[in-house]
Write a protein that binds this ligand. Structure first.
Ligand code: SF4
Length: 308
């Protein structure tokens, strides 16, 4: 039985994902998010009982020798993986054995201001950082960070990181009802995203039992908020029980205009548009007027004149 390697799991956002947990014994995180799937815990700034990279790599090599390579090897933690002091050493070693898989890290972004952490992150193929709010008041309310963490400094560091990083940068925005779901709050996140210039923005809501008594927003609300992210590749993660979304009808000219402003995933197309619009989208794709692009193992459709 493995101690650090788990899965693989099918991730709608990243494909077949094999996980590596850097703190299997205890939650170690410098945030205490309202929506966390783990138990509530006082924020901490280190991982207790850090694993040896050697032990992790041994397990990973063993798994890879017995199975086909997953789409992504995902470094995560029972908490925040960038608190791991030997992250750079680990990713360098994982990169030597990853074969055709891409490396991915799921981070809150809380340590992005640390130059050593940024150095380690640059060695991943895909980096996912969270940005639930861009104003300090809402940030503290939803993410409940360790005292002294300022969201504006995190955003500035994300901007610098984007300039240095050649891989795929994904930002995740998790929307919680009555906490960060007002348009003014999300508009500030959009402005921060425009400064950071990620390759993709994933917008989602509470999906699994959260640490605190908070509620998800409806799928319709998520789609309405996603419209604010004009010009960015936005992926909306809908919930199965998140309510129906009003189907939209667009004629061909409107489709082209709309898809110039925003790229849509196939899942969003399925949820948002009526049958007639979906047929027109397929036709425009086959005529080459719309095109498909892949960002972090997720396919988007956008108007051809836009670059990816
Ligand atoms: S950053 Fe992630 S692990 Fe940490 S409290 Fe928030 S959701 Fe939980």
């Amino acid at each position: 039985m493995y101690r650090y390697v788990f899965g693989p799991v099918i991730s709608r956002r990243f494909g077949l994902s094999l996980g590596i947990d850097l703190s299997p014994d205890k939650k170690s995180c410098n945030f205490d998010c309202l929506y966390c799937e783990l138990e509530r815990a006082k924020p901490a700034n280190r991982i207790e009982l850090e694993p040896d990279p050697e032990d992790i790599v041994k397990e990973l090599s063993d798994w890879l020798s017995k199975n086909s390579y997953p789409d992504v090897i995902t470094i995560t933690a029972n908490g925040e993986p960038t608190l791991y002091s030997r992250l750079e050493e680990l990713i360098e070693r994982v990169n030597t054995i990853k074969g055709s898989s891409k490396t991915l890290i799921l981070s809150s972004g809380s340590m992005i201001g640390n130059v050593n952490v940024r150095g380690a992150l640059k060695k991943f193929d895909i980096v996912k950082l969270s940005l639930d709010a861009a104003d300090q008041k809402t940030f503290e309310k939803i993410d409940r960070p360790l005292k002294g963490i300022e969201v504006e400094k995190l955003i500035e560091s994300m901007v610098s990181f984007r300039r240095e990083y050649r891989g795929t940068l994904v930002l995740e925005v998790l929307v919680v009802a009555n906490v960060n779901d007002r348009e003014e709050v999300i508009q500030k996140v959009v402005e921060a995203c425009r400064r950071i210039q990620p390759d993709r923005v994933d917008i989602s809501t509470v999906d699994r039992p959260p640490a605190y008594r908070v509620k998800p927003v409806s799928n319709q609300r998520l789609y309405n908020l996603s419209k604010l992210f004009e010009g960015l590749n936005v992926n909306v993660a809908v919930r199965k029980d998140g309510g129906d979304v009003t189907k939209i009808h667009l004629d061909k000219d409107d489709i082209i205009h709309t898809f110039k402003n925003r790229a849509y995933t196939y899942s969003d197309i399925e949820h948002l548009f009526d049958e007639c619009t979906k047929r027109s989208i397929s036709q425009l794709l086959s005529e080459g007027i719309l095109m498909e692009i892949s960002v972090g193992n997720l396919n988007f459709v956008k108007a051809k004149s836009l670059t990816s």
